[in-house]
Structure formats: structure tokens, C-alpha cells
Ligand binder design. Structure first.
Ligand SMILES: [Ca+2]
Length: 359
């Protein structure tokens, strides 16, 4: 990144440093992910797609690690695997005339290896409205270059009113910010809060992953099965673990879910993980907990309103979730008649029935 651009970035971010992080899946549950479909993007998306409480409204696939057309086809395969066609999937803008980065050919080949077979296209053409979510402000989680987000803000400046904040994976000089300096300038000038989530020593992947796929949980979530498949391929493992020895795009999603294991690294809105153990535990939790199968079963993927449960069952639910998790609670739900006949009230219906208490 040219020095002048870097200074502009830091200058812009310094203005935001005084404000506390505004994000969080509880206070702002609508999320839009902008991705360039690298291997780390796929892992971050796997955690996002299977999370029971994240309201993922849209995914935009911008050129970067992968080209736009190839990338959006790859993300279609991933979204289909998680059976999340309820999420609006958009191709990014074709506004970038930059030559491909030197690692594109290998990124496209390796990403293609770990995904399921191609599916008939279902993505939408690029539209600025991808970042605009009706009624609620969105957090935009940027895992690739800012090209599409900037194009949307140029085309529809009013979009900024619908965006609560922008979280970008990577440090100020990282690929996602330096790939398209003009886009960075547009986003910076929008005045929207920007926070960067940068890797550091605490983001190191376990060296054991170089040898074999880790056993992180019971192997029952779609996300864990996907990670295991990804790391079962020696060539992919070499790239994902040795060439990229730290969590990168995945960190931004970890930060979105819970900023506690992160600390501000300076006065410029850049956060980095401060506790390796906490980061690994959160990563394991997010990849292993969530969607258990890729077909919908009754209420499996929906929050159950408190109003549908008798008070004693609500207390029992909390105890089960604390002790044995969502899978156990769902089994109990299927086997027991525990719903009441009273209709949920609007306020109770808006709450997360399956929410696990935040620790
Ligand atoms: Ca990326």
C-alpha cells in the first residue's frame, strides 16, 4: 500500500477510535458478508452459515483471491451444502480492472477441490441493495477487497443509513484494504465506522493441523464436516495451515460474535486477538456447533419463541442448553409435548428461542 494511502487509512480510522464497538449478534443481528472466496473465507462462511443466532441476510462475492465469476460459483456450492438458499447471494461489481493477484490460480484450484459438485446458478446480479437490509441496520463483514461495497455506496449514497458498521478482516496494509485503494477511499469518506480485525501471535493455527484434520467436536455439524474435508487434502492443508499459519478472515467472524478475546492494538480501530487459548476455543465452538444436517427438519433451524413454552419448560430448556447443548434440547423437544396452547406475543416471538445464555 502506498504510504500516502496508508496514512489516509490510519487518519480516517483514528477518528473512530473513541467509539466502542457497535456490533454484536444480540444488539444488531443482521449481517451482510462480502467475500472473495479464499480458503479462509470458506471456513468463515461455514461458521456463519451454520450459526443458529446470526441473521445472515446476504453474501456478496467480490473479485480478489478468486475471480468474481469463479468465486460466486464456489460460494453457491457452499451455500447449497449448508442448505441456506434463504440467504441472498449476489455477484460483486465487475468494476475492478486490476490484474489478478499472483496467488489466484492456486486459490481457485484449491477452493474448487474442497467444495461439493457445482450446482445450477442461483445468485443474483450485483445490486447496491445487497448491502441494504429493510428495517434493520446491518453489519457488513468484509472478507475481501472493498470494491463492491464502494461501488454500492457510490451508486446509492443513502445506503450508509442502513449500515451500522463495517468490520474488515486484516490489518491496515493487508490485501483486503490494499487491493483497491480507490474503494478504500470511498468507504472511508462515507463516514461509516470501520474496524479492522488483524491477526497476531494469538491467531496461530495449531501446528498439529499440518499433519491431519483435527478432531474438534463430535463431528456432527455441517461446518465441522466441511473443515475436516478441507483439511483431509494434504495440498489444501499445506496451504491453509503452513502458508497461512494464522486465522485471518475467520477472525473477523469470531470478533463479530464476541469481541472479548480481542484487544485494540493501537488508537486506530485495529483489533487483534489477545488470548490464543480463547481464540482456539471460540473457533472450535463455532465450527462444531450449529447446523447438524443439511436438510431442514421441523423447527431445526428456527428460533422457538418463549411464548410457545410453559415457564417450567423454559427453565428446563435453559438447564439443558447449559449442560448438553442445542442438540440435546432439540431431541427433548421432538420427544416431549412441551409447547403451550397460548399463542406467542409479538414481543416474545421476536426473541431467540434457541439462544444459549451468553457466557
Ligand atoms: Ca478473503
Amino acid at each position: 500500500m502506498p504510504v500516502k494511502t496508508a496514512l489516509l487509512v490510519l487518519g480516517g480510522l483514528a477518528l473512530l477510535a473513541a467509539s466502542a464497538p457497535a456490533h454484536g449478534i444480540d444488539d444488531n443481528p443482521v449481517l451482510v458478508v462480502d467475500t472473495d472466496a479464499g480458503l479462509d473465507d470458506l471456513v468463515a462462511l461455514a461458521m456463519t452459515l451454520q450459526h443458529a443466532r446470526v441473521k445472515l441476510a446476504a453474501i456478496v462475492v467480490t473479485e480478489g483471491a478468486c475471480g468474481r465469476e469463479r468465486g460466486v460459483g464456489y460460494v453457491e456450492r457452499l451455500v447449497d451444502r449448508f442448505n441456506r438458499r434463504d440467504v441472498a447471494l449476489y455477484a460483486g461489481t465487475d468494476g475492478s480492472s486490476r490484474p489478478p493477484p499472483p496467488f489466484r490460480a492456486s486459490a481457485e484450484r484449491l477452493v474448487g477441490k474442497v467444495l461439493p459438485d457445482p450446482v445450477p446458478p442461483f445468485h443474483r446480479a450485483f445490486a447496491p441493495g445487497a448491502y441494504g437490509v429493510a428495517r434493520r441496520k446491518a453489519t457488513v463483514l468484509v472478507l475481501g477487497p472493498l470494491t463492491s461495497l464502494a461501488a454500492a455506496l457510490r451508486a446509492e449514497p443513502g445506503l450508509r443509513d442502513g449500515i451500522a458498521e463495517i468490520l474488515v478482516a486484516g490489518p491496515a496494509g493487508g490485501f483486503n484494504l490494499s487491493r483497491d485503494p480507490e474503494a478504500l477511499e470511498t468507504v472511508r469518506k462515507s463516514g461509516l465506522p470501520i474496524e479492522l480485525v488483524a491477526p497476531g501471535p494469538a491467531a496461530a493455527k495449531p501446528t498439529a493441523w499440518r499433519e491431519a484434520a483435527p478432531k474438534l467436536g463430535r463431528g456432527t455439524s455441517v461446518g465441522e464436516a466441511f473443515l475436516a474435508q478441507l483439511l483431509a487434502d494434504a495440498e489444501v492443508r499445506r496451504h491453509y495451515v503452513e502458508k497461512l499459519p494464522v486465522l485471518y478472515d475467520e477472525l473477523a467472524f469470531l470478533f463479530y460474535v464476541d469481541a472479548a478475546p480481542f484487544a485494540r492494538t493501537d488508537g486506530n480501530g485495529v483489533f487483534a486477538p489477545r488470548d490464543r487459548k480463547a481464540v482456539r476455543a471460540r473457533f472450535a465452538e463455532l465450527i462444531t456447533r450449529g447446523r447438524q444436517r443439511n436438510t431442514r427438519v421441523v423447527l431445526a433451524d428456527r428460533a422457538l419463541p418463549d411464548g410457545m413454552l410453559r415457564p417450567d419448560v423454559r427453565a428446563r430448556r435453559e438447564a439443558i442448553l447449559r449442560k448438553n447443548g442445542e442438540e440435546e434440547w432439540f431431541s427433548v423437544l421432538l420427544l416431549t409435548r412441551c409447547t403451550s396452547t397460548s399463542a406467542p406475543t409479538p414481543s416474545s416471538a421476536s426473541r431467540w428461542g434457541f439462544a444459549r445464555p451468553r457466557s
